[in-house]
Write a protein that binds this ligand. Structure first.
Ligand code: NCD
Length: 275
């Protein structure tokens, strides 16, 4: 069951195509506007129905922790089924973090440790960013540099997490200074769907945007990532640079999600040993 109650292009398509690659049939609901939630049904009852008809739920929803809640509900039932979080509001996006880490693994030929990771954009509300910080904190010698308009800076819980785990980080306002230093430039768009009153309309993010003239100052082995969709953070004329990994990153998302589903259904051993 693909239940996507928030918009999605890559995550939905890659999960759906991953299922097809594995020979799995899918049902989908691409908006809570099509479900009986509009008739007043509770989200729990909607999920219960999806649980009745399918063997796995892959879900994106604005509500924080709802995937965990669904998993807990189903674990208590006579038919426990797995739930995959495909994005939970501004909170988490764990499969994105896995595909990002996989992309870095490929780009750095397995040597992801001791890297300086610049994260640029909406750090306050970016779920991809939050999950990536948790993920990369598992690698030795990682250092983060956060670049964002002050209104969208590092939230307190992430600050505490990094402090508690002694992970070095800096906050900067200067992209030029960072160009020569960073190994990874992870860009994100401003997540204005979470604005309360269009407050991010007035935020000028343009001083952090990547421009073609920046490329000559960057390390030759640097990696530019973006979970996409992009707006103006990275212009298309950069796409052809060998350091631009974001289109490969989205392809990796297909294979990472195929691997996740195979693993959850305990079929990865079969695939790895396939002759
Ligand atoms: C991200 C998301 O949905 O959180 N996109 C994605 O899944 N590839 C990033 C975003 O929407 O900005």
């Amino acid at each position: 069951m693909l239940y996507f109650a928030q918009p999605s292009t890559r995550t939905y398509l890659s999960f759906n195509n991953a299922c097809q690659i594995l020979g799995i049939q899918t049902s989908d609901m691409r908006s809570s506007g099509y479900s009986s939630e509009v008739k007043g049904e509770s989200l729990e009852d909607t999920l219960e129905t999806m649980h009745s008809y399918t063997d796995m739920i892959i879900m994106r929803h604005v509500e924080e922790n709802i995937a965990e809640k669904a998993a807990w509900m189903f674990n208590e039932s006579e038919k426990p089924i797995p739930v995959i979080n495909a994005g939970s509001g501004p909170h988490e996006h764990p499969t994105q973090a896995l595909l990002d880490a996989y992309t870095l693994h490929r780009a750095f030929k397995g040597k992801v440790k001791n890297k300086t990771i610049a994260i640029i954009g909406d750090i306050k509300r970016g779920r991809a960013v939050r999950s990536l910080i948790y993920m990369l904190s598992n690698f030795e010698g990682i250092r983060f540099v956060f670049l964002s308009p002050p209104e969208l800076g590092l939230p307190d819980d992430l600050r505490q997490f990094l402090g508690k785990n002694s992970i070095p980080f800096e906050e900067s306002d200067n992209l030029d200074k960072l160009l020569r230093r960073a190994d990874v430039f992870y860009y994100t768009r401003i997540q204005d769907e979470y604005d309360k009153q269009h407050e991010s309309k007035s935020i000028d993010y343009s001083r952090f945007w990547l421009k073609k003239e920046h490329l000559s100052h960057m390390k030759s082995e640097a990696v530019i990532l973006h979970p996409l969709p992009r707006r103006n953070e990275i212009p298309p004329e950069i796409d052809g640079d060998k350091r631009a990994w974001y289109w490969k990153q989205e392809v990796n998302g297909l294979w990472m999600r195929t691997a996740i589903i195979a693993h959850v259904f305990k079929e990865d051993g079969y695939i790895l040993n396939y002759k």
